[in-house]
Design a protein around this ligand. Structure first.
Ligand code: GTP
Length: 598
């Protein structure tokens, strides 16, 4: 029976512990890609992933493996991202699997996201196979990591695979363990079809391409499928598997992971997490939904050229199709015109989406500074949610403000505990407790406002601990806070897109720093531009950008023409991400200045 020879698994790990490299080796050692086709990080297909060396989107690949027992097995390998912002992708991948390969760096040991991923795997009832990777490193200490896995995670690690993905060590051992330990899928082949949509991308020629895991039944080309949440039906045009290129098949059956196209044009109709069934013999119940991830960080995204507004909407819709955690709605800014308020899981997510919009859709965009959602009680007793600082009610109308707090778990070698505590305190954190994981490492737990975490906490944490600390966090709820809106005035006008919400105790410092930073990044104009920071009517900081004295190129004219040309080009280039705010040209950096302070 074919189903007994299927193994569906994901690879999970803390960032940089070597998942993608391990996936490369598995593809290579099973002959799925030839030596010639092989390139590093084969599964990170987006340019952005290749450039940054990180995995953003999951990827599902079918491969065949002939085990030592002589049988041929079918593996479905689902690569997942490791950064905390993308844990949504991880939970989606895991819902399509029976096993998880847990990669732990032999020199670093368990990190915050190792644990977070283990919890996700346990939630999905997966068999966990520990792999201790990078044993080739001089600093590797596999025995210690083995012990740590048993003590901290509480799973058997006696026969954990000892591997070096880089040096191609331990891969065969891993492949055998996958066969032995990951359970085969047990779906009902006869029953009504239930298939989980765990990813989808838009293809201009074929329409929406769905990635599915079939739980029960069999789907063929020509079948009429039905989306269970909205009842819409489509005829299957093509189905098949990725290996890693798409290979069409005659059917996908219970236990299979593959793709389906059905001339689906409306991208809103097929949301990730939905269940597919067949129209003529529908299942009565959809499969269990994933845990919905809610955006935590919001910012405004505006086209530099207002005529791109419609294209921006199309692009956001397309990206949302395979990134259900992205949210957006139309908004207007006095300074920037028509745009969208977008919600993200974190700053990296925000950055990646902005970059994908610009590259994949050829848009030129300005993003405003990020904000969390505040709960504001007005003097009339009503509550409003504010995700855009400029919409904060007037101070005189506010009874109280609450902001989201997270429980942050910071894993760090003992010697850095002092530094971590100092930083957390500075970021308005409340100390909760401290757990010793072993002789070396400590888990420090703080409750910290989310807004402090999203801005630059992680970067600062890394620099305070020589890169050793790792961080995981979850929202624990809203707490009252003494917050105020800080406005920025350019040329005596409030620029709504530059307003931020800050703790009153920090308002004066932030205002001063922000004004100074803005002076650095906003280029000189033809006239003098005052920059001011204000709380309500009260100006708390101010400076001036001096006017441009001369045309920078005038002096050179008549001299070296190519040099003048170069200068002009450079100016044009710099202009690309500038937006005229009133009569002042403001560059993208100005809106992100808040992220770059202290
Ligand atoms: P993300 O995709 O960003 O989540 O990271 P990842 O976990 O997939 O890590 P990746 O495979 O990109 O590897 C991270 C770095 O570790 C790369 O520079 C790899 O070359 C290196 N690396 C991976 N495996 C090994 C190994 O076995 N030994 C050594 N020395 N380096 C390795």
């Amino acid at each position: 029976q074919r189903q007994e020879r299927i193994r569906n698994f994901s690879i999970v790990a803390h960032i940089d512990h070597g998942k993608s490299t391990l996936a490369d080796r598995i593809l290579q050692n099973t002959g799925t890609v030839s030596e010639r086709e092989m390139r590093d990080q084969m599964l990170d297909s987006m340019d952005l992933e290749q450039e940054r060396g990180i995995t953003i989107k999951l990827n599902a690949i079918e491969l065949e493996y002939t085990a030592k027992d002589g049988e041929r097995y079918i593996f479905h390998l689902i690569d997942t991202p490791g950064h905390v912002d993308f844990s949504y992708e991880v939970s989606r991948s895991l819902a399509a699997c029976e096993g998880a390969v847990l990669v732990v760096d032999a020199a670093q040991g368990i990190e915050a996201q190792t644990l977070a991923n283990v919890y996700l795997a346990l939630e999905n009832d997966l068999e966990i196979l520990p792999v201790i990777n990078k044993i080739d490193l001089p600093a590797a200490n596999p025995e210690a990591v083995q012990e740590e896995i048993e003590d901290v995670i509480g799973i058997e690690a006696d026969d954990a695979v000892l591997a070096s993905a880089k040096a191609n060590i331990g891969i065969d051992d891993l492949l055998e363990q996958i066969v032995e330990k990951v359970p085969a899928p047990t779906g009902d082949l006869e029953g009504p079809v239930q298939a989980l949509i765990f990813d989808s991308v838009y293809d201009p020629y074929r329409g929406v391409v769905l990635s599915i895991r079939v739980q029960n039944g069999v789907i063929h080309p020509g079948d009429t499928i039905q989306i269970m949440s909205n009842g819409k039906t489509y005829e299957v045009v093509e189905l098949g598997i990725m290996s890693p290129k798409p290979i069409p098949r005659d059917y996908l059956m219970a236990g299979d992971v593959g793709y389906v196209t059905a001339s689906i044009k409306d991208i809103q109709d097929t949301r990730v997490g939905d269940t597919i069934t067949l129209a003529d013999n529908p299942a009565t119940e959809p499969l269990e939904q994933y845990r919905q991830m809610n955006p935590m960080v919001y910012c405004g995204i505006y086209p530099v050229d207002s005529s791109d507004y419609g294209d921006l909407r199309d692009a956001l819709e397309k990206l949302q199709l395979n990134d259900a955690s992205l949210e957006f709605e139309a908004e207007t800014s006095q300074a920037l015109g028509f745009g969208y308020r977008c919600g993200f899981l974190g700053l990296l997510h925000m950055d990646v989406i902005q970059e994908r919009l610009e590259r994949e859709f050829n848009l030129n965009l300005i993003a405003t500074s990020p904000s969390v959602i505040y709960h504001v009680q007005k003097t009339d007793g009503s509550w409003v949610e504010v995700d855009n600082p400029s919409e904060m009610p007037d101070n005189t109308n506010i009874e109280s403000v609450e902001e989201p707090y997270v429980k942050a778990e910071i894993m760090v070698p003992q010697e850095f505990v002092g530094a971590v505590m100092e930083l957390s305190q500075k970021k308005r954190g409340n100390f909760v407790t401290m757990q010793y994981l072993d002789d070396i490492r400590v888990n420090v737990i703080y409750e910290i406002p989310l807004s402090e975490i999203v801005f630059d906490f992680f970067d600062q944490l890394k620099s305070h601990t020589k890169g050793y600390a790792s961080l995981d966090y979850e929202i624990i709820g809203y707490r009252p806070s003494n917050l105020v809106k800080l406005d920025i005035l350019l040329n005596n006008e409030v620029v709504d897109a530059l307003s931020i919400i800050v703790h009153r105790d920090f308002a004066y410092d932030r205002g001063k720093n922000l004004v100074r930073k803005l002076k650095e990044v906003i280029p000189r104009q033809q006239f003098e531009v005052p920059i001011q920071a204000a709380i309500g009517q009260k100006i708390i900081a101010r400076t001036n950008i001096k006017s441009l004295r001369k045309d920078v190129t005038a002096k050179l004219y008549g001299g070296d023409v190519t040099r003048r040309q170069k200068l002009l080009n450079k100016q044009k280039e710099g202009k690309k991400r500038m937006k005229a705010v009133g009569s002042v040209e403001v560059p993208q950096e100005a809106f992100m200045a808040i992220l770059d302070m202290d």
